[in-house]
Design a protein around this ligand. Sequence first.
Ligand SMILES: NC(=O)c1ccc[n+]([C@@H]2O[C@H](COP(=O)([O-])OP(=O)(O)OC[C@H]3O[C@@H](n4cnc5c(N)ncnc54)[C@H](O)[C@@H]3O)[C@@H](O)[C@H]2O)c1
Length: 273
Amino acid sequence: MKLFDLSGKVGVISGAAQGLGRATAVALAECGAQVMLVDRNLAGAEATASQIRGSGQRAVASACDVSDPTAIEQLFREVDQEFGRVDFLGNIAGDGHLARPEDLTIADLHKVLQNLVVGRFAMCQEAGRRMLAQGRGSIMNIGSLASTTALGRGHIAYSMAMGAVIQMTRELSTEWSYRGVRVNCVTPAQVLNPSLQARIEADAGLEQRFLGGIPVGRLGRPNDIQGLAVLLASDASEWITGAIIPMDGGNTAMNAGGTPGHQGATIQRFDGK
Ligand SMILES: NC(=O)c1ccc[n+]([C@@H]2O[C@H](COP(=O)([O-])OP(=O)(O)OC[C@H]3O[C@@H](n4cnc5c(N)ncnc54)[C@H](O)[C@@H]3O)[C@@H](O)[C@H]2O)c1
């Protein structure tokens, strides 16, 4: 469909070895984009690239730790050499760290902020400079439910960082949109990935508690991002910028927060003593 045709566009997608990054890369390529697949797991990124090349589209895999701004500079030099332009950035890869607020070390807090805030910003800056020079481009930052609501359960560092990601999105959109570069942020609720799967398997009631906050009645799947990614990469979304877009099966609308009905470990009755 012409409205969503990405022929001639180049997408740079981080976290492309699996999950939301992989699903984004595959969807963009299906709509005609050439893609640079970025992950610290090079073998995984190569596997995604080979699947995309198998369907006839150009894909290049690159190993890069997106918490390292120097590595990101090098990555975009590679993008310049391979493709000579960048039209879309899927700023997706990134780790959190679980610890209660009273136990979180400052070193671990720095690590999360470096990864999710500094790293995401450095990716936006490198892609944004090129898009501004082209006069056109679109950035999709991945935030989280934790960007706008507290989760409890030891997510303090992750929430602080993801909160910053939406403000970064709004600032960049405000400074760059009139120069042709749109910046949006997608905020997923629980999407199945190996670490979430492991937590569900270790805690018998966890999946049901998550589902209690998701009106659609199922957890997210990585492919749930595909429609949004194609929309944001295409000219069909020309007037959408600075938006914080929930991809959450209705969780934010329900205003349930992360896990309704369960916060025993972190929210306790105040007994006044
Ligand atoms: N899955 C969810 O429930 C959920 C919800 C909200 C937000 N998010 C966010 O979405 C993003 C992707 O989530 P996912 O479910 O696809 O995760 P995932 O664990 O399935 O995949 C993440 C990918 O990113 C890569 N990666 C991680 N840190 C990296 C780094 N510093 N440099 C390069 N590559 C790195 C990993 O190797 C992996 O391939 C993450 O930032 C996550 O915080 C996920």
